[in-house]
Design a binder for this molecule. Structure first.
Ligand code: ZN
Length: 129
């Protein structure tokens, strides 16, 4: 996104831009370097702009947000479909647990990115004040 990284000035990056970049798995500062080195482990520094990202601790935020999102997607479906299902119990358990695991694997890295984006932007604000 070259239109919003002139000289990669962190002050020019809005909170929304930082969050969107991190949710997409990119560095909040430049929007180009990778944010995560592995599943949910952030890189120590951005490979493109050198921004320190490895020291941002999201702690329990990403799992909390993941449970919130996955629960709100799956539980209404399970409670709607479940009582009318003719599936045997083993099939229901396999399908719903698999769906929960797949959704968790999709949402968790993005939730991690969300929190890293918020924390990174707040640190920029604190550093300037
Ligand atoms: Zn960067």
């Amino acid at each position: 996104m070259p239109e919003d990284n002139p000289a990669q000035d962190p002050a020019a990056v809005s909170m929304l831009t930082a969050i969107m970049r991190c949710v997409a798995g990119r560095c909040p500062k430049c929007g180009e370097g990778k944010l995560l080195a592995s599943f949910i482990k952030p890189v120590a520094n951005c490979a493109v702009c050198g921004e320190a990202l490895g020291n941002i601790r999201a702690d329990d935020g990403p799992p909390w947000l993941t449970i919130l999102i996955v629960g709100h997607i799956l539980l209404p479906i399970i409670f709607t479909v479940g009582p009318h299902s003719t599936w045997p119990q083993w099939l229901s358990m396999t399908v719903w647990v698999s769906a929960a695991l797949i959704l968790m694997l999709l949402v968790l890295p993005r939730a991690k990115g969300f929190f890293i984006g918020v924390i990174w932007k707040n640190r920029q604000k604190i550093a300037r004040s």
